[in-house]
Structures are given as structure tokens and as C-alpha cells.
Design a binder for this molecule. Structure first.
Ligand SMILES: Nc1ncnc2c1ncn2[C@@H]1O[C@H](COP(=O)(O)OP(=O)(O)OP(=O)(O)O)[C@@H](O)[C@H]1O
Ligand SMILES: [Mg+2]
Length: 602
């Protein structure tokens, strides 16, 4: 359901391990079926000759002890072939696997990026529990491709193990029990990554804090304020503390699990020695059999070690990574599930907010409290209120960046909650107060507002015009071709106000939006320029553009007064609504604020 995507919970809401792994397997197969099959078959073929070396050693020993030169020669050649085949198959299989991995990594990265971008709201960028999960996924998307190799390798080790146990059982059935004594090592190996991972997840929060403090202390953006406030030393100390806090827990868990693991291996070592004594003394078997048990037994420990190591790796990364990926897939899909109401081609009535309340994810304070108002089609609506009154939040709710905590928004009486967010936003234009500085060529920085026409020169020029940003472009050394951002080759830095004007231009790229939202996009401009710009937008809006609603947020009453409808917010609540004349006549909060500002200009 669009309005209530899956509720987050600690870790229990992650999809089950086995199905997640299976989904990841299918994902790989879907992208690279041929390479995946080839990599699997080759890795299994490469496992066989290695496991048969114990048999060759036994035959060689037998030939030497019984003075049978032919047997010696045959087993020596067999051993040589085994070694050569192991090397050859391993080399070929590694090459094929590398190719598969390269291709599948790109596919997985695009998959994760696409999923994140397709999530309809931006709530997942703000919830700490989601952020930690996404951070792990982002860091692990590079290792997710290892997983396929790891599964192939695990199958290979199991194949070797089966052959080796078969060889041991051929001497005496009870020798197969040797594998049972390796079980404690299997247990500790599978248990270890789990507990270590829990400790690591617990450390994710302090680690993120440490990274954040590091970035704050070392990057250019906060540089000025860090120096002026002199908090540099404090940042360093706090970063170190945050890091050690995270590391302490992980280290102690690692030590404890390592101790148990050592004990488990001691059990296997004892059994191995016991088996050799049993065959040579207890059963009084010929030296060739003892040799086979020696060789196969020592291989057994290596194979079991490798198998459990590989399984541990699988559990550690594959399960955690794939469960998070499956979660993200489900989470993204949950938004599409009920997006069944189409976006109207034009607005007939307008947008109605009905008892809309909202608290930011992870907080309980209502920043929009029970707001009911109708924004008529074809009108210019101004939202005013002091800092923090909830103006920008209201704009973000209209842009479907978040879903209201309660109440609903209706577009021509159809619920916005059930409209596909991406399509709705295609019909929105505007500039946000906290705009982003896209460091591309100026043409693309603006053109991004309508990706389909990103390189369309006349469209970009027209948008720059509408935003009144011609002066910014004129001052750039290569005009629209100028690279923005000083860290790029030939890039230039522009002032805050200039960035803002370019962002405004970006907001004007779409020509037929249903909603044009302007959230203080001109705060850096002088009052007169802002007034002139808004007059133009208002004229365009009233020109019958498919019922377009223009929403403007401004602290300047000279601009606000020309709106058709003025919405006054105070402490998250709607306190007054009406035209300038109506509100002035009412002598309420609006009239008072207007009076103060007018007096200041007099
Ligand atoms: N991402 C966020 N997470 C949590 N709280 C937020 C977030 N963004 C804003 N708030 C809080 O919501 C309240 C309303 O913020 P909002 O940005 O809507 O105010 P505003 O009216 O636009 O103010 P301004 O005039 O300063 O732009 C504020 O108390 C703010 O602290
Ligand atoms: Mg704001």
C-alpha cells in the first residue's frame, strides 16, 4: 500500500535466509546464464583430481613397499596428471569466474541503485535503522558477487569431502566417523560469523558517527565553520572515541568465538591421531592402508576446514547481504503494489488536504498538525509562517516525498496516496529550499529538471530565461558549457545565490506541470527581483495552463500579497486562509505580520 509501506523492525522483518539466497542466485542466472553454468561446472571438475591424490599416494606406497615398478610408474603418472589437471582446471575456472563476477557486479550495482531510486518516498534516507541496513548493502554490493563463487566453491569442497570419506571407509567403515569429530569445528565455524555480525551491526551506529565526524573534519564544505568555531580537536577526539566504542564490542566477541573454535579443532586433531593408531596397531593393516588414512585424513581436515570456512563466509556475507537485498526489493515493491490511480491530465477542481498530519520518520513531534485546505485549480497559493512552521514539509508532502502520518491529500478528489509517485513527480516542477548542487556542465545542471530534454539547448535556454538566471549564465566563462564545481577539471565555483538561480532554472524545465512548487527559491535575491519574477509566474499560472497550481513559499509579504490564496501556518497548524484583502480585513496574524514588515520598509 502506498500510504503504509512495510513497517520497519529490528532484523526480524528481513526476508528468510534461504529464499533470499535463492533469489540472489536467480538474479545472477537471469543476467548471465551461460557464464554462471560454465563457472559452476568448471569449479566442480577442478575439485575432483585434487581429492583423488590420496588414492595415488596409497598406490605409490604400495608399489614401493611391494617392489612393483609398474604400479609405481602408473601411480606416479596418475599423480602427475592429477596435479596438472588440478592446475589447469583451476586456472580456466578462475578466468571464467572472474568474467562472470565482473559482469554480475555491474548488474547487482545497477539493481541496488535502481531499487533505491524507485522507492517512492525518501523516508528510507532518514530512518537510522534503514540507513544502517542500506549502508551495509551499499558496502556489500561489491562482495555480493563473491557469493556465487563461494557457493560454487562450497559445492566443490563438499564433493572432495564425499570422495575422501569414501576412501577412508574403504579401509574400514568406522573411519568415516572421523568426519563426525570434525562436527564441532563445523558448529563453531557456522556460529562464529553470526555472532560477529551481530556485534558489527551493533557497531554500525558508532562507526557511522566516526565516519561522519571524519568527513566533517576533513572536507571542504564544513571547513570554514570547523575553523571558525575551533572544534577541530574535539572532532578528532570524538571520532576516536566513537571508533573505539564500536571496535571494543567487536573485538571481545571475536576473541571469545576464536577460543571455542580452537577447542573444536583440538577435538578433531585427537581423533585423527586416534584413527591412525587404530588402523596401524588395532587393525594391524598393511602400511599402504595406513598411508591412505594418513593422506586422506589430513586432507579431510583441510577439506572440512575449507568447507566450513566457505560456509561461514556464505553465512556471514551472503545471507546478510542477500537478505538485505531481498528486503530492499520487497520494500521498493510495496510502494508499487497499490499505485493504481492514474494521474489526471489536467486539474479541474484542485488539490484538497483533509486533516493532514505528519511527523518525520523516527520522530513523534507533529510538524504538520491537522491541516485541511483546498488549493483551487489554476490558482497561485502562498504559504507563510515563521521558521519551522512546516511550510517546506507541506510542499514535500505535496511532492509525495513522504506520506502523511494521518489524513489524506486528494487531487481532483482522487487519493494522491494511490498514485504512482514517479509519475506524479513527472507532473511537478519547482525548486526546493534545500536544493542540491549538481556539479555538471551548467546546461545539464539546469536540463536535469526534465531528463528527457537534458541536452536540448533551446529548452534549457528557455528555462534559464523563465528563472531569470540569464545573468548567471552570462558570467560563466563558457556559458552553458561551463563545468560547475571547483573539484572537477576546469570547474568553477559559483555563489550560493547563483546555485539557487540555476536550481530555479532546473525547476522550470518542465513546461506543463500540474503543480509548480517554489519553496523560497529566491531567498538570495533582492525583494524587487523576487517580486518581478513571481509576477511573471503568477501571470503564467493564471493563463489557464491545464489548471496548474502554483505554490510559493516566501517570507516577503510584498510577494505573498499577490497570491490568490494565502495559507498561514503557525506551529504546525493552519491558522488562517484567504486572500490578502480578506486576511487584512480579519486583522489576525497575517495582518499583524504584514504590518510589521511594511513598517520596516517604510
Ligand atoms: N528531515 C527532517 N527530519 C526531522 N525533522 C525535520 C526534518 N525537516 C524538517 N524538520 C522539522 O520540521 C519542522 C518544520 O520544518 P520545515 O522545514 O517544514 O519548516 P519551514 O516552515 O519550511 O521553515 P523555514 O521557514 O525555516 O524554511 C521543523 O521543526 C524542523 O525541525
Ligand atoms: Mg522551509
Amino acid at each position: 500500500m502506498t500510504s503504509s509501506p512495510k513497517k520497519p523492525a529490528p532484523d526480524d522483518d528481513l526476508p528468510p535466509a534461504v529464499s533470499s539466497m535463492w533469489r540472489l542466485c536467480k538474479l545472477g542466472y537471469r543476467h548471465e546464464p551461460g557464464l554462471m553454468l560454465a563457472a559452476f561446472v568448471l569449479s566442480q571438475l577442478a575439485a575432483l583430481p585434487d581429492a583423488l591424490i590420496a588414492l595415488g599416494l596409497m598406490l605409490l606406497g604400495k608399489g614401493v613397499l611391494e617392489s612393483r615398478p609398474r604400479l609405481v610408474l602408473a601411480s606416479a603418472i596418475g599423480l602427475g596428471l592429477c596435479a596438472a589437471a588440478t592446475w589447469f582446471l583451476r586456472t580456466v575456472s578462475t578466468r571464467v569466474q572472474r568474467r562472470f563476477r565482473d559482469k554480475v557486479t555491474i548488474a547487482l550495482e545497477s539493481h541496488v541503485a535502481r531499487l533505491q531510486a524507485s522507492v517512492a518516498t525518501i523516508a528510507h534516507h532518514e530512518r537510522p535503522d534503514y540507513l544502517d541496513r542500506l549502508a551495509m548493502l551499499r558496502d556489500q554490493v561489491f562482495v555480493l558477487d563473491h557469493m556465487y563463487m563461494s557457493v560454487f566453491a562450497t559445492c566443490g569442497w563438499i564433493l572432495r569431502l564425499v570422495v575422501t570419506i569414501g576412501l577412508l571407509a574403504s579401509v574400514h567403515a568406522s573411519l568415516a566417523l572421523l568426519a563426525v569429530f570434525a562436527l564441532p569445528t563445523v558448529l563453531t565455524s557456522t556460529w562464529r560469523p553470526g555472532v560477529e555480525k551481530v556485534a558489527q551491526e551493533r557497531a554500525a551506529q558508532p562507526n557511522r558517527l566516526a565516519r561522519h565526524l571524519f568527513t566533517t573534519a576533513t572536507t571542504a564544505a564544513p571547513g570554514k565553520e570547523v575553523r571558525v568555531t575551533g572544534i577541530g580537536e574535539r572532532l578528532i577526539t570524538e571520532r576516536r572515541e566513537a571508533w573505539s566504542r564500536g571496535h571494543r564490542g567487536v573485538a571481545s566477541v571475536r576473541w571469545r568465538s576464536a577460543a571455542w573454535h580452537t577447542l573444536a579443532w583440538a577435538v578433531f586433531g585427537g581423533a585423527y591421531v586416534g584413527a591412525i593408531v587404530f588402523v596401524s596397531v588395532g587393525l594391524a593393516r598393511p602400511p599402504a592402508d595406513v598411508l591412505l588414512v594418513l593422506a586422506a585424513g589430513s586432507r579431510l581436515s583441510a577439506y572440512i576446514g575449507a568447507t566450513v570456512g566457505e560456509i561461514g563466509f556464505l553465512r556471514g556475507f551472503w545471507v546478510y547481504g542477500s537478505r538485505r537485498l531481498a528486503w530492499l526489493e520487497d520494500y521498493a515493491a510495496s510502494f508499487h503494489a497499490a499505485a493504481d490511480v492514474p494521474i489526471p491530465a489536467s486539474l479541474g477542481k484542485g488539490i484538497r488536504l483533509e486533516h493532514v498530519s505528519f511527523a518525520y520518520p523516527g520522530t513523534s513531534k507533529l510538524v504538520v498538525n491537522d491541516v485541511s485546505v483546498t488549493l483551487p485549480a489554476g490558482s497561485v497559493v502562498a504559504i507563510v509562517g515563521e521558521n519551522g512552521a512546516g511550510k517546506s514539509t507541506l510542499v514535500k508532502l505535496l511532492a509525495k516525498m513522504y506520506e502523511p502520518s494521518s489524513g489524506g491529500i486528494y487531487v481532483d478528489e482522487a487519493p494522491l496516496a494511490r498514485m504512482p509517485a514517479d509519475q506524479w513527480r513527472m507532473r511537478m516542477a519547482g525548486a526546493f529550499q534545500d536544493f542540491f548542487r549538481f556539479e555538471f556542465r551548467a546546461r545539464q545542471t539546469v536540463g536535469l529538471g526534465d531528463v528527457a530534454r537534458i541536452d536540448h539547448e533551446p529548452a534549457v535556454a528557455a528555462a534559464v530565461d523563465r528563472a531569470g538566471a540569464q545573468d548567471v549564465v552570462a558570467k560563466l566563462p563558457s556559458g552553458l558549457e561551463t563545468q560547475l564545481g571547483p573539484t572537477w577539471p576546469g570547474g568553477v565555483e559559483v555563489s550560493f545565490g547563483q546555485w539557487q538561480k540555476l536550481a530555479l532554472g532546473r525547476g522550470f524545465m518542465r513546461e506543463q506541470p500540474l503543480v509548480l512548487a517554489l519553496d523560497e527559491p529566491t531567498a538570495a535575491l533582492d525583494a524587487e527581483t523576487e517580486h518581478a519574477l513571481f509576477e511573471r509566474y503568477a501571470a503564467a499560472a493564471r493563463g489557464g495552463n491545464g489548471g496548474r497550481i502554483t505554490i510559493l513559499v516566501s517570507h516577503r509579504f510584498s510577494t505573498v500579497r499577490m497570491a490568490d490564496l494565502i495559507v498561514v501556518l503557525d506551529g504546525a497548524r493552519l491558522v488562517e486562509v484567504g486572500t490578502h484583502a480578506e486576511l487584512m480585513a480579519k486583522r489576525g496574524q497575517y495582518a499583524e505580520l504584514y504590518g510589521i514588515q511594511a513598517a520596516a520598509y517604510r
